[in-house]
Design a protein around this ligand. Structure first.
Ligand SMILES: [Zn+2]
Length: 270
């Protein structure tokens, strides 16, 4: 379904974007994106799907690790709120209901659904190594959500698969298909169906924003390249969000270093 049709000419999407006046602007990078899904609708869907995923999962009973994920999560949340406050855009986060859970799983994965619903899998903790490593992943995943990469992909999916149907209509008329589209667009996890790796531009954007969020949260962004080195060394077993070949490892490390000065401008060690 999605992968075979994703090579939609950029001009066509841009045209549609202008036609529908459905463009949004990504924070930090200022990139214009196609997104005609209201936050309130995507958040409502996200909260429901998140509760279902958590209910179907085994949560870690390791008190120390669980508390660590929560601690890093709250600091990244605080950093995001601080960033938007500085931009005079705190209202953008109005519908957020932040939540951080640690799922027992061998997969080295993590994701953040719209509205601040985060899940880490225990399999990624050895690669994170410490809380700064967790902050690299947390910053990156939260950045995907803040940049609304999932909503952008879901908008494209609604155009390609449902003729541009509004989300509320899709939920009403094609609930199963809409749920699939959601899980695919938000790269939630292989056990929930096909997952589309984020594109190179989405990954680069999440890396740049993630560096800023971790720095604002008081974690040293200069530790980020080392985390991605460890993730790359982990190799083929990498799960959905991290199996993406975009950007290539070398490109990712180079871009992290290019964005380091910007991130260091936000860094306040605690
Ligand atoms: Zn990513």
């Amino acid at each position: 379904m999605f992968p075979t049709r994703r090579l939609v000419p950029f001009a066509a999407l841009l045209g549609l974007c202008l036609f529908l006046s459905a463009c949004a602007t990504v924070p930090v990078t200022g990139r214009r994106q196609l997104n005609f899904i209201p936050d309130s609708q995507i958040n409502a869907m996200s909260f429901q799907q998140y509760d279902e995923v958590i209910a179907q999962s085994t949560l870690s009973d390791h008190a120390e690790w669980t508390a660590g994920i929560e601690r890093v999560g709250r600091r990244i949340q605080g950093a995001v709120e601080e960033y938007f406050r500085r931009q005079g855009q705190s209202g953008e986060l109005a519908g957020y209901e932040w939540e951080f859970n640690l799922i027992e799983s061998k997969e080295a994965n993590a994701w953040c659904m719209p509205g601040g619903k985060v899940a880490f899998y225990t399999g990624i903790l050895p690669i994170c190594k410490d809380e700064t490593g967790v902050a690299v992943v947390m910053g990156h995943e939260v950045a995907h959500a803040i940049a609304k990469h999932g909503s952008e992909r879901m908008s494209q999916g609604l155009v390609l698969q449902m003729g541009g149907m509004a989300l509320s209509e899709a939920v009403k008329n094609k609930p199963a298909q809409t749920r699939n589209l959601f899980m695919t667009a938000f790269a939630v996890g292989a056990q929930f169906g096909a997952v589309l790796p984020y594109s190179r531009s989405h990954e680069s954007e999440a890396d740049r924003m993630g560096l800023i969020f971790m720095a604002l949260a008081g974690y040293d962004p200069r530790e980020a390249p080392a985390f991605w080195e460890r993730m790359a060394a982990e190799g083929g077993g990498s799960p959905p969000e991290f199996m993406s070949t975009h950007p290539s490892h070398e490109t990712r490390i180079r871009e992290l270093h290019e964005n380091m000065a910007e991130a260091m401008g936000y860094y306040q060690p605690r």
